[in-house]
Write a protein that binds this ligand. Structure first.
Ligand SMILES: Nc1nc2c(c(=O)[nH]1)N[C@H]1C(S)=C(S)[C@@H](COP(=O)(O)O)O[C@H]1N2
Ligand SMILES: [Mo]
Length: 412
């Protein structure tokens, strides 16, 4: 067991650049075990998980301290948009400087541009059209802790995701100013955070140039109408709607347009899925190998927020099923709900559409039957006919868990 003192020591080491210690989390509000994740998380994960407060955040589910990995509790997803102080936090490396918005500079270059240049925040806000869109940021490893068998990595429950309104400039407009050459193949991104050891590969990621140039790929400085919180990438982060969180580089400091595939640990080894196992629309061809391919878009998924696991109802009492569904940006077409283990399905009512990259709320009401245990299932289907799976598609990194959502309630 790591002690509080050890933790503070580690964190102080990691955050030495902060000086003030302003970003130390306040310890420790032990959580009600039922709030820190589903019972099927690996042995030890639940015991080591508490609700704890990073500066500027409300209590979130701590999965690891260093680097900070904090998950959003289930009840927050009763709201369509995830408040900034409840938005999950995911880092790979422990040294996370507080980047000053006033001094922030973004370097734009690479071998596949004619005119490299640097940009500050006023220029990003003034010289390019500002757009705002709703989009889900979901970690590739969301629900990894529910993998069966369990796999290594941060043992996330259901809350390594969030939905926000993001505002900023289009990456393609900024890149146009650098005059990309026609041999541009990928665009690589670096953030201000790094490891404590020279040997730790820095967290840098690339996108295929076509995705970087899409009109919804943004350099954002605002989240839900506020400046980005430190822990979610201040002052500027990349937003890649439809694709998993790994590409959404925080504390962005460098954008490089490249004529060759970008190779590092985070591209070539991590964040890969076996080929042919998932329904992929967006392929990252310059990074594919015979065996595997980078994870790209999210798979269609849903989460039941009500009723809760184990909730009790009286026979005949109405049960209001509520939740959210999301996908790669094709858009949610239907959510079906079953109250009989999947023998029959009813179509749920979809709430208002906040855009194809946003969470989509759904609801359905049924009457609790006779005494006993009832399994409530929800299954989302998107506009290109992709549905949640009934059996886990196992893969060694525990990505893309979109098994039909399931909650058991008790009648009687
Ligand atoms: N600079 C930086 N950006 C990063 C990461 C990181 O470790 N460092 N992690 C990525 C991953 S894997 C995810 S899932 C998202 C999480 O975004 P959030 O912490 O704002 O929730 O940030 C991405 N951007
Ligand atoms: Mo992630």
């Amino acid at each position: 067991m790591r002690t509080r003192r050890q933790f503070l020591k580690d964190l102080a080491g990691g955050a030495a650049v902060l000086g003030s210690g302003a970003l130390l989390p306040s310890l420790a509000r032990a959580g009600d075990p039922s709030t820190v994740g589903p019972a099927s998380l690996p042995a030890g994960t639940l015991e080591a998980s508490f609700l704890e407060t990073l500066p500027g955040k409300r209590p979130l589910i701590k999965r690891t301290y260093r680097p900070p990995n904090f998950e959003t509790p289930l009840e927050v997803f009763e709201q369509l948009f995830t408040p900034n102080d409840a938005f999950f936090v995911r880092y790979h490396l422990p040294r996370i400087p507080e980047v000053s918005a006033a001094r922030w500079k973004l370097e734009i270059g690479g071998d596949a541009v004619e005119k490299p240049f640097a940009l500050d925040l006023p220029a990003l806000q003034r010289d390019f059209e500002q757009v705002e869109l709703a989009a889900v940021c979901q970690c590739s490893g969301n629900r990894r802790g529910l993998s069966d068998p369990h796999v290594a990595g941060v043992e996330w429950g259901i809350g390594a995701m969030g939905n926000a309104r993001w505002k900023g400039a289009r990456l393609k407009d900024v890149l146009a100013k650098a005059a990309p050459k026609k041999e541009a193949l990928e665009v690589a991104f670096n953030g201000a955070d790094h490891g404590s050891l020279e040997a730790t590969p820095d967290f840098q990621k690339s996108l295929p140039v076509w995705k970087a140039m899409e009109e919804n790929t943004l350099l954002v400085w605002q989240m839900n109408g506020e400046p980005l919180p430190h822990w979610n990438g201040a002052p500027v982060r990349l937003v890649v709607p439809g694709w998993t969180g790994t590409y959404w580089m925080k504390h962005l400091v460098s954008v490089q347009v490249l004529s060759q595939p970008f190779k590092n640990f985070w591209m070539s080894t991590a964040y890969r899925i076996p080929k042919g196992k998932f329904p992929i629309v967006d392929r990252f061809l310059s990074q594919e190998t015979d065996a595997n391919t980078p994870i790209t878009e999210m798979v269609v998924n849903s989460l039941i927020t009500s009723p809760r696991e184990g909730q009790r109802f009286r026979p005949g009492q109405p049960v209001e099923v509520k939740g959210i569904a999301w996908d790669n940006g094709a858009g949610i077409r239907t959510v079906e709900v079953s109250a009989d283990e999947g023998r029959s399905w009813q179509t749920a009512t979809l709430d208002a559409d906040s855009g194809r990259f946003s969470f989509r709320g759904f609801r359905h009401r049924f009457k609790a039957g006779a005494k006993g245990e009832v399994t409530v299932l929800a299954k989302a289907t998107n506009r290109i006919g992709s549905s949640q799976v009934s059996e886990l598609v196992f893969n060694p990194a525990g990505y893309h868990n979109n098994v039909v959502s399931r909650v058991r309630i008790r009648v009687g």
